[in-house]
Design a protein around this ligand. Structure first.
Ligand code: MG
Length: 380
């Protein structure tokens, strides 16, 4: 195990909380934690790691004062630059569990410093995959995926040249629903994910298959494979976390419990393994099924392949449009099928191209957000 001090970005989110648990379990030092805003959850997290620096990137003046009062005597910094700095201190292991494009600069800072980056922030690769992979090569750091599918692929691929990667998708709560039924789907229904417990946006993204689309884009960059060698299969039980197909036709599958603490811990201990706090898994009595994704009912998956072919500017727009549309859906301002419609039109309006700097990536992100917001407003 690396034994390096760990930095947890997005500590109050689902990945961040579970990373704290894994760090306690492994007895590794947490050097710093970061969150977007002051909250009772952040106070709890900070108290559980009394020696860690605390970084908060947003929040109102009142919220900040309240937090300073709760954490008297602690090293608390209110600045998004401090989060990037914390990620860029050499010799650290950075777990990036930030949600959204806000995680990109920290990803780049960690890789530039040659750190190990345990990446749960999908947007880093979706918004600027080319730039991230180039920074990885230049900085000599390590990028270990935390997303369960990519962690599985990372473990399966090691040392082999796969013929194809097969990502599994649970299919979400609306698997088997028709387009007409989906028109009426509510946020409450969409938030009921059958197998994984996750944050709100990713749960909706699982229902639309946008999440799988983002994962296809991630896999394309992480493993350097052409899109025609990446497939998606719906596997409702989420027991097989992904598969690789080798040259001789053999399929290797990664099987285990649906518990994010396992891939989080692997990213920390790689190449070693140790026991995890997750429950044990027994195969007896388990049935597994696999089916093709329904691309008519869930067009967002094909849109991700199209965006990926069009370049990083298009995948950045795909992600930004989705964030805006999901927010509108959760607020009751957009129907469920409106989410993929907003993404499709945003892509049509913005086109593709490459992204070579953070500024370019954030510019595409901002433009896509404004286009998508206009489309949402027009749909009301
Ligand atoms: Mg996943």
């Amino acid at each position: 195990m690396s034994g390096r001090p760990v930095v947890i970005l997005g500590v109050t989110g689902s990945i961040g909380r579970q990373t704290l648990e894994v760090c306690r379990h492994l007895d590794v030092q947490v050097a710093a934690i970061a969150a977007r805003r002051p909250s009772p959850e952040l106070v709890d997290a900070a108290r559980s790691v009394p020696d860690a620096g605390v970084v908060v990137t947003g929040g109102s003046r009142d919220e900040r004062e309240w937090l300073s009062g709760e954490l008297t005597g602690r090293d608390v910094q209110f600045d998004s630059g401090a989060m990037i700095q914390a990620a860029g201190v050499p010799g650290r292991l950075v777990v990036n569990g930030v949600v959204g494009a806000a995680g990109l600069r920290s990803t780049l800072a960690a890789l530039e410093a040659g750190n190990r980056l345990a990446l749960a922030n999908k947007e880093s690769l979706v918004v600027a995959g080319g730039l991230v992979m180039e920074t990885l090569r230049r900085g000599n750091g390590e990028l270990i995926p935390v997303d369960s599918e990519h962690s599985a692929l990372f473990q399966l691929v090691e040392g082999q040249e796969p013929r194809s990667l097969i990502l599994t998708a649970s299919g979400g709560p609306f698997r088997g629903w028709s387009r007409e039924q989906l028109d009426e789907a509510t946020p409450e229904q969409a938030l009921r994910h059958p197998t994984w417990t996750m944050g709100r946006r990713i749960t909706i993204d699982s229902a639309t298959l946008v999440n799988k689309g983002l994962e296809v884009i991630e896999a394309h960059h992480l493993f350097g494979l052409d899109l025609d060698r990446i497939q998606v299969v719906v596997h409702p039980q989420s027991i097989v976390h992904s598969l690789v197909e080798l040259e001789d036709g053999a399929l290797l599958a990664h099987i285990g419990v649906t518990d994010m603490r396992v891939p989080i811990q692997y990213a920390l201990t790689h190449p070693e393994r140790s026991r995890t706090p997750a429950p044990e898994f027994s195969l007896a009595g388990v049935s597994m099924t696999f089916e093709e994704p329904d691309s008519k009912a869930f067009p967002a998956l094909d849109l991700a392949f199209d965006a990926c072919r069009a370049g990083d500017a298009a995948t950045a727009a795909y992600n930004a449009a989705d964030e805006v549309a999901v927010e509108a859906f959760l607020a009751g301002r957009l129907g469920f099928t409106g989410i993929s419609a907003v993404i499709a039109t945003t892509l049509e309006m913005l086109g593709g191209g490459s992204v070579s700097t953070v500024e370019e990536a954030l510019d595409v992100d901002a433009r896509a957000r404004s286009v998508a917001a206009g489309l949402v407003a027009g749909a009301c």
